[in-house]
Design a protein around this ligand. Structure first.
Ligand SMILES: NC(=O)C1=CN([C@@H]2O[C@H](COP(=O)(O)OP(=O)(O)OC[C@H]3O[C@@H](n4cnc5c(N)ncnc54)[C@H](O)[C@@H]3O)[C@@H](O)[C@H]2O)[C@@H](O)CC1
Ligand SMILES: [K+]
Length: 556
């Protein structure tokens, strides 16, 4: 497991390390600055080959302190460096003040005057790098003061991203103004047009939630996490086996740091799902088919069975021992013509609900899936029986819509349920929580997708998986995980019809195999993205289950 930290957790880790006497704040700041310079040279090796020009923008806190270190180190490489300060030197915190003084022995510090940045630096100014060290994890209120600066940085990073000769924008820890806990820009209505976006963001010790949620990934450019010697970032042994894709870890400058035991995982920690834990979850022990569970997928009416069939295929491919599709009698022939290894049961009887109740008398059916293609009316009819059976139950699509309009149904949810809403379904199910998430972020740390998912899980009393490129999973206990399909793990091909149905099926298959909902959700979300990445562009939902064997092979 990798921990993805909040700003408060990062401060606590730093304070604990300093209190232990292992390291001083000044040393951490030096390593942070060094980490930035090394990351810049690793990203653009040509910049290490000869001196260039840089602008370093420093703010009033320790982020600014890191900036003064960067300025000094670049100057040491023979660079021509212009330094600007937003704030008063006398009010800098002590370590930042020390680095300010050190820089003052080498060059000037000009006040950050916004007018000056009206279009400067630019593609013609000869600057190779602009370092944004104005605000980091300490941002507590909107940073609006520097419109010209923000627009200049925004256009430089945009030109650079397109391969132009423009200066590269390097953010220290975070692009200034981005909230480190939520990935949201504080206080802006049209954030990305007026935000100082970066080409490269160099953070320290561990990624912060804001790098991976919401606007974080598009704002940070590429993310490198530099080791500043605060100790272990992964659970013991996990890093050697597998490291979560999506961002790069850079070693401690000068080889310092080591792998001392870190703090134990806490309930307020957000886990990044790693390959090693997925491999453990999906490893299949010996046994017969019933050892690996029996998943039951409820299907839609005639002509609407495709979604359930996709889910069933996902459940089977992930290793459920048996998978049955239960459909209305009228849809039997349609499904029979399309299914082989997947079993088929018509829901015949007085009513489909009664037929389902009879079917569920078979205790070997240990996981259910309701929603894909089911129809909202049929979901309403079947949900009371399905939820009364107290099996591990995935509720997706139409089942979520049925739940949203019916508090009595919602009250039947139990701890073995797993809700898999996308943003729209989430807003129907939890309108007040979604409204909080949609409201403008005015103070830091801002309300985040992790906060929203945790609140929803606590209310529903079951695990919630809130989809997106930043899929968040939360259990009622507050345990949370993030499956970020961003940076070099982006899988835009997953935005295709039926992909969610396959995810519901993979989840149901893992529940059938005995995983508890939180692990099933973490594992399935990771596998789903990996299947999409493994297939690549051109992916359609049918390809996802068929890609799972290749993903599973690569896990071992
Ligand atoms: N925590 C750690 O372990 C380390 C932190 N380091 C650096 O320290 C940074 C955090 O430093 P700080 O906590 O001093 O925070 P920042 O440097 O992000 O800035 C905080 C200061 O700005 C003020 N402020 C916040 N929002 C403002 C706004 N909108 N307008 C004007 N002023 C505002 C705050 O009151 C505070 O004085 C990190 O981002 C990182 O760059 C590094 O030096 C390495 C170690
Ligand atoms: K910054």
């Amino acid at each position: 497991m990798t921990e993805i930290l909040t700003s408060a957790q990062m401060r606590a880790i730093e304070a604990a390390a300093i209190a232990s006497g292992r390291v001083t704040g000044l040393e951490l700041m030096e390593r942070a600055g060094q980490g930035v310079v090394e990351a810049v040279f690793a990203e653009w090796p040509a910049l290490a080959a000869a001196p260039h020009r840089a602008v370093v923008l420093c703010g009033p806190g320790s982020n600014g302190g890191d900036g003064f270190v960067v300025a000094r180190l670049l100057k040491g490489w023979g660079w021509e460096v212009e330094v600007f300060l937003y704030g008063e030197p006398g009010k800098l915190p002590p370590d930042a003040r020390v680095n300010y003084e050190r820089w003052c022995g080498m060059g000037a510090v000009l006040p950050l005057d916004d007018e000056r940045f009206d279009g400067w630096p630019n593609a013609a100014s000869g600057h190779a790098v602009i370092v944004d060290a104005i605000f980091g994890t300490g941002l507590v209120r909107p940073y609006r003061a520097h419109r010209h600066l923000a627009m200049t940085l925004n256009s430089c990073q945009s030109l650079s991203r397109k391969g132009g000769p423009s200066p590269k924008v390097v953010a220290v820890d975070l692009p200034s103004g981005l909230c480190s806990n939520s990935g949201r820009w504080l206080g802006d209505d049209q954030p990305l047009d007026f935000a100082p976006l970066a080409n490269l963001t160099v953070s320290f010790h561990a990624p912060k939630l804001g790098h991976l949620l919401a606007d974080g990934p598009v704002s940070c450019g590429r993310l490198v996490v530099a080791d500043i010697g605060l100790g272990q970032r992964l659970a013991p042994g996990a890093e050697a086996r597998a490291r979560p894709a999506g961002w790069a870890f850079a070693p401690a400058p000068g080889g310092r740091g080591g792998r001392e035991p870190g703090l134990p995982p806490r309930q307020d920690t957000v886990e990044a799902i790693a390959q090693a834990s997925v491999a453990q979850s999906v490893a299949k022990a010996a046994g017969h088919k019933y050892t690996h569970g029996h998943a039951l997928i409820l299907s839609g009416a005639v002509g609407r069975g495709g979604a359930a069939r996709l889910a069933a295929r996902g459940a089977l491919r992930i290793g459920a021992g048996l998978v049955t599709v239960a459909c209305p009698p009228s849809a039997l022939i349609e499904n029979a013509a399309r299914l082989d290894a997947i079993m088929l049961r018509p829901l015949r009887g007085e009513s489909e609900a009664e037929a389902l109740a009879t079917l569920l008398e078979d205790a070997r059916i240990n996981a259910l899936c309701l929603g894909p293609g089911l129809g909202v009316e049929r979901a309403r009819e079947l949900l009371p029986v399905a939820l009364a059976a107290k099996r591990a139950t995935v509720l997706d699509a139409d089942a979520l819509t049925a739940l949203a309009g019916d508090p009595a149904l919602f009250a039947l949810l139990h701890a073995s349920c797993l809700l898999t809403p996308h943003a729209g379904e989430f807003a129907r199910l939890f309108p007040d929580i979604a409204a909080k998430l949609a409201a403008p972020a005015t103070t830091g740390p801002a309300y985040s997708k992790v906060d929203a998912t945790r609140e929803a899980a606590a209310r529903a009393g079951c695990t919630v998986l809130l989809k997106g490129p930043d899929t968040v999973i939360a259990a009622p206990s507050g345990r949370a995980a993030l499956n970020a399909a961003v940076y070099d793990r982006a899988a835009p091909w997953l935005a295709t019809a039926g992909a969610g149905d396959v995810l519901a099926g993979i989840l149901t298959g893992l529940l059938a195999r005995g995983l508890e909902p939180f692990s099933a959700a973490s594992t399935a979300a990771w596998l789903h993205v990996e299947a999409a990445r493994s297939f690549g562009p051109g992916l359609i939902a049918e390809d996802l289950p068929e890609q799972l064997p290749a993903v599973l092979r690569n896990l071992s």
